[in-house]
Design a protein around this ligand. Structure first.
Ligand code: TXA
Ligand code: MG
Length: 322
């Protein structure tokens, strides 16, 4: 028996406490109709970084942004007719849309792993809705399990999987759908399912015609991972750089006093904190991705904690381009 277990009943007082925790940048696990989510303020880079940290994942997988009303999404994504039509039928519910991100959307770039699209959903569970409404914030929430474990359908699963990495777990009973939401990419010409889930492809194609399935269609990329054209800066990236040339931008980490050169430098975390570096990564890369420089030199970054995910992303960005 874990006496420190932060599982609580979703009374109005506890939901108000959970909302205050989220507003303060903390993590709260909450029930949705699909599976339990691990929520954080989607506009707060550090809060989003702590989601990845708590899940112990060596990669930044983009997260779903949860809102209580479709109209709350207008500052964040470019809405379209298909989204409007399907939201009218399935929302609130287990369907996620991938849509183009508005350039000035106040959502953490880390939440969408630097992509120019955002996954958005309006969950049905009354506790999720009440919580999101109270925070008055968009909530980034992956399934509340640690990396490699099954998605949790009970509050106890969350406690087993995430232990004390979460500030509070709201217990809403068993998640009744029991599988994650369907992820439907509506950002291109043909609607494409990236992940099967609570709403079936038959349901969708009966309503909107051709729906491609990324998992089976030979015309579509083979796996959802491959569909995510991973964010890479336009400039070439040079990793493990201990100094930079006078024309290079220099992305440094930790104590950079001995690292010479660079036309402009930004430090991901002068303290050498991988969480802080993750929170800043995509914003700083974008700031340095300027044709005024010949390339971006990147200082070595620790493999500890989120350092592994940062290095994974940087290696992909530095690797061969298609
Ligand atoms: O039912 C659910 O969707 C649950 C509850 C908590 O809402 N959430 C969930 O999140 O399953 P997660 O992070 O475990 O899965 C999100 C999925 C991943 O497959 C991710 O690759 C995809 O959504 N995704 C997120 N943003 C994307 C984007 N911009 N483009 C393509 N796929 C995206
Ligand atoms: Mg998951």
């Amino acid at each position: 028996m874990n006496f420190l277990s932060p599982i609580v009943h979703p009374t109005p007082e506890n939901i108000a406490k959970a909302a205050a925790l989220l507003q303060a940048g903390k993590l709260v696990a909450f029930p949705t109709e699909t599976v339990y989510g691990l929520g954080a303020d989607a506009t707060n880079d550090k809060a989003v970084a702590s989601i990845y940290e708590a899940k112990g994942r060596p990669q930044f997988n983009p997260l779903i942004i949860h809102v209580s009303e479709a109209s709350d999404l207008h500052p964040f994504v470019v809405w379209n007719d298909k989204a409007e039509f399907l939201a009218g039928i399935f929302w609130p519910g287990p369907l996620t849309f991938v849509l183009p991100r508005k350039p000035d959307a106040p959502i953490s770039l880390l939440a969408s792993a630097g992509l120019d699209t955002l996954a958005v959903r309006c969950p049905h569970h009354p506790v999720a809705r009440e919580l999101i409404l109270k925070t008055e914030l968009p909530i980034a929430a992956p399934s509340a399990n640690s990396s490699g474990k099954l998605s949790p359908t009970l509050a106890a699963h969350v406690a087993e999987s995430l232990g004390d990495n979460v500030e509070m777990i709201l217990d809403g009973g068993p998640a009744h759908v029991g599988v994650e939401s369907t992820v439907l990419d509506l950002s291109g010409d043909v609607p494409t399912i990236l992940r099967h889930g609570g709403v079936t492809i038959e349901d969708l194609s009966a309503l909107i015609g051709t729906v491609r399935c990324a998992l089976h269609d030979p015309m579509a990329p083979k796996s959802p991972g491959m569909l995510l054209s991973h964010y890479a800066p336009t400039l070439p990236l040079r990793l493990a750089a201990t100094e930079a040339s006078p024309s290079e931008a220099f992305l440094t980490f930790g104590d950079d006093t001995a690292a010479k050169g660079g036309a402009k430098r930004i430090n991901l975390s002068p303290e050498g904190d991988p969480m802080e570096a993750a929170a800043n990564l995509f914003t700083y890369l974008r700031q340095l991705d300027d044709p005024a420089f010949s390339g971006i030199a990147v200082m070595p970054i620790t493999e500890k904690g989120l350092g592994a995910a940062i290095n994974d992303r940087l290696r992909r960005a530095a690797g061969p381009r298609e």
